[in-house]
Design a protein around this ligand. Structure first.
Ligand SMILES: C[S@@+](CC[C@H](N)C(=O)[O-])C[C@H]1O[C@@H](n2cnc3c(N)ncnc32)[C@H](O)[C@@H]1O
Length: 249
């Protein structure tokens, strides 16, 4: 498997095209927005695995006082900085590995939208969670967006959502998936669906409490635009989920 940083160095700004498809637009973003309501306004945010800065910019627009975006891929950070220079929002971007992150500050909120599952081992995930904890205030909140641990491979269609996938390998704690994303331009990506208990153990071992899993929702706009039948496969067998936790005071 390609190392994760190299994977996104190759994908680069092509990843942005995925963000314009129905799943991010009508399920991920509204779900994250709802979960952060009351938690983001006027707060400091550390956006881990920020990629091209898609969520970093939304967080600023949703009222965050300051946002620092971190990603291991120089190419993704270059795209994020390019967007910042074209439309300055005051976001700072850094290249760093979340598994070995220095203390950049004491943030109110940390976000990890599609980060933790890129850990290649459970121990790496524990390192990521320790790094996040070291950068949060006591009682600070973490929101993570993750591949759904209970996703059933092969159940339902995915083509209407602009991707197809195949199982590459599996282990007692994970399934490794290769996904082809049918956007213009297209790209491919590999990632793991880790078991729920692995995330929970990694977070608890780093001092997180109040772990809560939240189902992805489809926004009223998404339902109105595509109709209920379009979303059925996703709602019956969601491919992503959201996890929130709080650092013990
Ligand atoms: C699927 S993209 C998500 C980007 C962004 N959070 C979003 O939702 O649009 C995953 C990102 O995780 C980054 N990443 C993977 N492993 C990482 C690590 N160990 N530390 C920091 N970033 C990492 C990749 O470089 C990539 O930009």
């Amino acid at each position: 498997m390609t190392p994760m940083s190299e994977q996104y160095d190759a994908i680069g700004a092509r990843y942005v095209s995925w963000k314009e498809t129905p799943i991010p637009t009508y399920t991920e973003v509204p779900t994250v927005r709802k979960l952060l309501s009351g938690l983001i306004e006027g707060r400091s945010v550390l956006d881990l695995a920020c990629g091209t800065g898609y969520y970093s910019r939304l967080f600023k627009q949703w009222g965050a006082a300051c946002v620092v975006g971190v990603d291991v891929s120089e190419t993704m950070i270059a795209a994020a900085r390019d967007a910042e220079s074209k439309n300055p929002l005051g976001i700072e971007y850094r290249v760093a590995d979340a598994a070995d992150l220095p203390v950049l500050g004491s943030f109110d909120l940390a976000t990890a939208t599609y980060l933790l599952h890129y850990a290649d081992r459970a121990d790496t995930m524990r390192g990521m969670c320790r790094s996040i904890a070291a950068n949060l205030k006591p009682d600070g909140v973490l929101l993570a967006l993750l591949p759904e641990p209970d996703y059933v491979m092969g159940k339902g269609e995915t083509t209407q959502y602009r991707f197809t996938y195949r199982l590459v390998a599996s282990d007692k704690d994970w399934s490794l998936v290769h996904a082809d994303v049918h956007t213009d331009p297209p790209f491919s990506v590999e990632y793991r669906h880790w078991k729920r208990a692995v995330y929970e153990e990694a977070l608890r071992s780093a001092g997180f409490i109040d772990l809560r899993w939240h189902r992805m929702e489809v926004s009223p706009e998404g339902l109105a635009k595509f109709g209920e039948a379009y979303w059925r496969d996703l709602l019956v067998n969601p491919m992503s989920t959201t996890l929130t936790a709080r650092l013990s005071p």
